[in-house]
Write a new protein. Sequence first.
Length: 142
Amino acid sequence: MRSVAELLDQKGREVWSVKPDDSVLDALRKMAEKEIGALVVREGERVVGILSERDYARKVILQSRSSKDTPVRDIMTPNVISVDPRKTIDECMVIMTNGRIRHLPVVEEGRLVGIVSIGDLVKETIEEQKFVIRQLESYITQ
């Protein structure tokens, strides 16, 4: 089973972020531009939250707030669940399933080094299963 570090080496370690005082509208524009579903919220290098499309839907749209006038800090999820890059894909799947989250920041020694989504983990799991199937087919046909 591959580690999160190996997955990040393959997919890249770039993390898009916003500041707590940025407007929700600016955050949404960034998500649309980068074609992503969540942004890490930072104050300097410190992770202080995460903002997802789910946060927007539940805390702006359903509460009739203005995206332009609402700061990110008002709708972000402040208690960020993160993982160490040594965690396995399976361990991350369990964390994400139990926490009902779709994005998982990767932190090493207090420093944000990447982010993985449930889509990244599912794709990786499927690739691993395909590899095992090919190996078994090869073994059977020998």
